[in-house]
Design a protein. Sequence first.
Length: 140
Amino acid sequence: MSEPFSVPVTVRGYETDVQGHLNQAVYLNYAEHARWSLLRAAGIGQAELIGTGVGPVALETTIRYRRELLAGDEVEVTCAFLWGEGKTFRMEQTIRKPDGTVAAEITAVGGLMDLKARRLLPDPQKYFKELATDPSLFGL
């Protein structure tokens, strides 16, 4: 299996809490940044996706904090989609320092919503395959 998609991020000082650690909520921002970066790399822009009448929705997110991150730390944030049956998919993400230290693991469940019907679409893989210029980034 190939390496998952990843993007570099530098921890900024204003993202830290009173102890100097990366604020817990910012991990979600990093994960979301990696997800949208993957979509863009696969050829799906946010405006184009919404223009088709569908939009991504987060249904569940779990973060396991492993090691602290401090202002100035350089990390890679990975994103891999895992497909099953039905209306949802999983995303597994890791925030890792250059020395290989895992700072956090993020697991999320998502779906694609029909923006008019306000219901999850039955086969999200199909939409990603059709919209992407490089569906291999989704593992498709």
